[in-house]
Design a protein around this ligand. Structure first.
Ligand code: FAD
Length: 473
């Protein structure tokens, strides 16, 4: 074993978690310092891997005493530079990976208590083994952790039916910035005993404390889920289809994703082996998922009747309903491969915005027009969770334009898109959070009153400013 240079602070951490759980060599910590998209690499004093909440608390106390910043880290799949340290090299990365136990499942209460480092897919599998459903679902589910999901209030593809991560959580265990363990692991659906502290830590991106465990809501597992891809003329028709499906299918509608023709063209170019459900292109597509707690026949009857009605009244141009799980997976893979196809095509400028659902068609028209006026030929890559009013409104360069040169316009393009979002009373971050990436944008678009309240909360819960400094605020 290599000789370890003496460092009082790191020695204190080694005494808490064990010497092999404090990584300080450049080669050992490199993979913890770069964000998922590879856009930024920070520096850190060390990476610390505690094994339980008591160790997390002791590490936080050591950092508090030494005034060392802490960057909590889960699966590092966050998209806004929240889980990587800045370039100063002063912080430690606190990896929650080893807190990966499912502590209990209370079937009658329909809850699971899981530690923050549990991988989302493992939580889904444990719920399924218990005959229930944990509905949070996103393309990073094989790597992201429930602590990261809670800290970013992640959304995903089932928000329409089940809500985002905030709505799937009943209780939290948190290590405060002072190194105390707050046991708020209550499995209660009603609890009006003062300020909703749990809500502060959800979506706080590690800036107020460290989430170490959570009580999660479970649901009855649906008997069947059915997927359809519907071809449409325009986003306006997508909105009409959403209304029609909501009216006819109610809570059975679990997913409604919009994808523009350009998105599927990108996927077809870069992943030619994926299915091509229609013989020719259509301007827009909606990927629709319906689930039924009754039976497969029930889901099929409901979906086919609703899609049939949409075709009949001219809301839809064409539709395919998956007849097997395999086909349904194929349709979902089209949606999930859009970001991968974009990455394969080169760099682009991403936006994760939300709007009142009713305004989405007008927003797309206005933002597309404003972008074309300023950057002729640029290509909006418009897709996302239309049912939740959440668009990933990304912008790629014109055909033949150099990607790096295009990226130099990021500030101007953000301004056009985010000004349009503000004009429609929307939000510049729907589900990815703020991190370091959107900090300046947040300062621009939040009101001074709102920013002041946020700063007051931060100062009250983290007076020394050691929790993930430089993120959000
Ligand atoms: P990390 O990236 O490690 O951390 C995210 C933030 O949370 C950081 O600020 C970090 O400091 C903080 N944090 C992490 N753990 C803790 C903790 N225990 N206590 C306190 N703070 C903590 N997001 C969506 O919402 N919907 C999607 O559909 C979606 N799809 C994605 C698809 C892909 C392919 C990828 C790569 C990402 C996607 N994301 C999506 C973004 C990302 O997966 C989510 O933000 C996820 O919730 C992050 O979890 P993580 O464990 O990787 O967190």
């Amino acid at each position: 074993m290599a000789e370890v240079a003496p460092d009082g602070f790191l020695d204190a951490l080694r005494a808490i978690v064990g010497p092999e759980r404090v990584l300080a060599e450049a080669g050992d910590i490199a993979s913890f310092l770069t964000d998922w998209r590879g856009r930024f690499t920070g520096r850190a004093r060390a990476v610390v891997l505690p094994g339980d909440s008591a160790q997390v608390a002791a590490v936080v106390r050591a950092c508090r005493d030494a005034r060392v910043p802490i960057v909590p880290q889960g699966g590092r799949t966050g998209l806004v530079l929240g889980s990587v340290p800045d370039a100063s090299g002063e912080a430690i990365v606190l990896s929650l990976r080893r807190l990966n136990r499912i502590r209990s499942i209370d079937a009658a209460n329909r809850t699971m208590t899981a530690e923050a480092g549990c991988i989302l897919a493992d939580i889904q599998a444990a719920a399924s083994e218990a005959g229930m459903l944990f509905p949070l679902s996103l393309a990073a589910e094989g790597s992201c952790t429930i602590g990261g999901n809670l800290s970013t209030n992640a959304g995903g593809t089932a928000v329409l039916r089940y809500g985002n991560t905030r709505e799937l959580c009943l209780g939290l265990e948190v290590v405060t910035a002072d190194g105390e363990v707050w046991d708020g692991l209550r499995g209660l659906r009603k609890d009006n005993t003062g300020y909703a502290l749990r809500e502060l830590f959800i979506g706080a991106e590690g800036t107020l404390g460290v989430i170490t465990a959570a009580v999660l809501k479970l649901y009855p597992a649906p008997q069947a889920a059915l997927t359809a891809l519907v071809a449409l003329d325009s986003p306006r028709h997508a909105l009409d289809l959403l209304g029609l499906l909501q009216a006819r299918c109610g809570a059975s509608l679990t997913g409604f994703e919009l994808m523009s023709a350009f998105c599927l063209q990108l996927v077809a170019t870069h992943f030619p082996d994926l299915p091509r459900p229609f013989s020719g292109p259509h301007p827009q597509y909606a990927l629709v998922e319906l689930s039924s707690n009754e039976s497969g026949e029930h889901a099929q009857t409901l979906l086919e009747a609703a899609v049939g009605a949409a075709l009949e009244v001219g809301v839809a141009r064409d539709a395919v309903v998956a007849t097997s799980n395999q086909q349904a997976l194929g349709l979902w893979r089209l949606r999930e491969h859009i970001p991968l196809a974009q990455a394969a095509a080169g760099k682009n400028i991403k936006h994760d915005i939300s709007l009142p659902v009713s305004t989405i068609p007008d927003f797309i028209l206005q933002a597309d027009a404003a972008l074309q006026a300023a950057f002729p030929g640029c290509q909006p890559v418009t897709f996302g969770h239309l049912g939740d009013g959440n668009l990933h409104y990304n912008v790629a360069p014109a055909d033949g334009e150099a990607h790096d040169a295009f990226l130099a316009h990021q500030g101007a393009i953000n301004r056009i898109v985010h000004d349009a979002v503000a004009a429609f009373n929307g939000s510049i971050s729907a589900e990815h959070g703020i991190g370091m990436l959107k900090r300046e944008e947040l300062a621009r678009y939040k009101s001074p009153v709102e920013l002041d309240m946020m700063r007051a909360i931060k100062a009250a819960l983290d007076p020394l400013g050691i929790m993930n400094p430089g993120k959000i605020l």
